[in-house]
Write a protein that binds this ligand. Structure first.
Ligand code: ZN
Length: 317
């Protein structure tokens, strides 16, 4: 299939991660049909890149045990890229059987986070990747190298640029030109992002970088603006802002897709997404989840949506 690629500097690819990164954080099992329905509705609203699910061990992550079933219920459309997380060769075989368009590996720059989160060292995670990369290639499936704690680690503090570049190098050598930098615990700031993106570009100019920000400390979209200035044209976000920050209870996690799309459109970028249709999907998902989601656009609506005088309470300040 042709992957979403646009020779237009004003086009930004928005990768929706809510049904993976968001739902994975939910304690209650989200029914398979609801997951697939959410993905189908987002694709109908114009989303062309979805991190749909994860082929991790069902015992380790029961919420993702239905990965194959979710994939089977998605109505495939040309030009829409479906990605799934893959931890090892067994996951790669399952993902290939489910006909994913892209397999996403994931490794933490921080060894401590890798051991805590993935139960393996960084070296082991990279070894698992090099073992399954040929499986993706054998099936003609694109590879993405996901990097967790790319901008800081709650256990180790600043992460080393050398370690970051080692992970990127392993990915690039195995043919994963798509590199996703994840702000897993919301520690990114514009200078940290600039430093990391520039270091990667200097060593690996052919890397296609995507940025995955969290809004844990309230500057997720400021980091996006900085990424746009750096020339990055792919961002990952979550519908309604689904998903929490595992190391900051109560703090928000992923940046919200509708808020991101609102910002991009207001700044003259194109996404191909119908924002109000997407906000309607976010509202539906909020109903299913049964608690208020952090998304702002879904509550406030369009900037030039006019209100009647009677409907607005007088606000002071
Ligand atoms: Zn995330």
């Amino acid at each position: 299939m042709s992957l979403p690629s646009h020779n237009n500097d004003r086009f930004v690819l928005v990768t929706e991660v809510g049904t993976r990164d968001g739902f994975q954080a939910e304690k209650q099992f989200v029914p398979t049909e609801i997951k697939a329905k959410a993905i189908n509705a987002m694709i109908d609203a114009g989303v062309t890149s979805v991190e749909a699910t994860s082929f991790v061990s069902p015992r380790a992550v029961p919420q993702m045990a239905d990965a194959s079933e979710v994939m089977a219920l998605i109505e495939r459309k040309p030009g829409v890229r479906l990605t799934a997380l893959v931890p090892n060769a067994r996951g790669a075989e399952r993902a290939a059987a489910a006909k994913v368009d892209m397999m996403a590996a994931f490794v933490s720059v921080s060894d401590t986070h890798c051991r805590t989160n993935l139960n393996k060292t960084r070296a082991q995670a990279l070894a698992d990747f090099t073992e399954f990369a040929p499986i993706a290639q054998q099936y003609g499936i694109a590879l993405r190298g996901g990097i967790a704690t790319a901008f800081g680690c709650p256990f180790e503090g600043e992460v080393s640029l050398d370690h970051l570049l080692t992970v990127v190098e392993t990915y690039m050598r195995a043919g994963a030109l798509h590199i996703g930098l994840g702000d897993t615990t919301g520690m990114a700031t514009p200078p940290v992002v600039t430093r990391s993106v520039e270091a990667i570009r200097k060593r690996f100019p052919e890397a296609i970088i995507a940025l995955h920000f969290h809004n844990t400390r309230g500057i997720g979209l400021a980091n996006v603006m900085n990424g746009l200035d750096l020339g990055v044209r792919e961002f990952e976000s979550s519908i309604g802002g689904l998903g929490g920050c595992p190391f900051a209870p109560g703090a928000t996690g992923n940046i919200c897709t509708e808020d991101l799309v609102y910002l991009l459109h207001e700044c003259g970028y194109q996404t191909g997404i119908d924002l109000d249709a997407l906000a309607a999907v976010a509202n539906d998902i909020q109903g299913v989840i049964g608690r208020e989601l952090p998304g702002q656009y879904m509550k406030a609506g369009a900037r030039l949506k006019l209100s009647s005088l009677e409907s607005v309470r007088r606000a002071v300040g």
